[in-house]
Ligand binder design. Structure first.
Ligand SMILES: [Mg+2]
Length: 103
């Protein structure tokens, strides 16, 4: 998933036109819609297409949140890098523990 350079000005215009407060409210609303579809799926729903639609909505809103709260782009990137490094470490430790348990 990636917002293209052609799409970025559209998101910027949405923030400028509708305002930060409104876009934050819409972001929250879209995340709630995704939660609803995921719960439906966990209960056995056949709603993969709806999940994909809501993931797209949330992704679009996350991109706007990034524009609003991290306009230079460095803070979120740094957090992603650190969290991915930590996840990789935890998965390696978990794998090691499982192997030791199987021996
Ligand atoms: Mg939606």
């Amino acid at each position: 998933m990636k917002i293209t350079n052609e799409q970025k000005p559209i998101l910027k215009k949405a923030v400028e036109t509708c305002g930060q407060g409104m876009q934050v409210a819409i972001a929250i609303e879209e995340m709630a819609e995704l939660i609803k579809e995921l719960i439906k799926n966990a209960r056995g729903g056949n709603n993969e297409r709806h999940i994909c639609e809501e993931v797209a909505d949330v992704f679009i809103m996350l991109s706007q949140l990034e524009m609003m709260f991290d306009p230079q782009g460095g803070e979120i990137k740094k957090n992603i890098h650190n969290k991915m490094t930590r996840l990789k470490l935890r998965l390696n430790q978990l794998e090691k523990t499982k192997k030791e348990g199987a021996e």
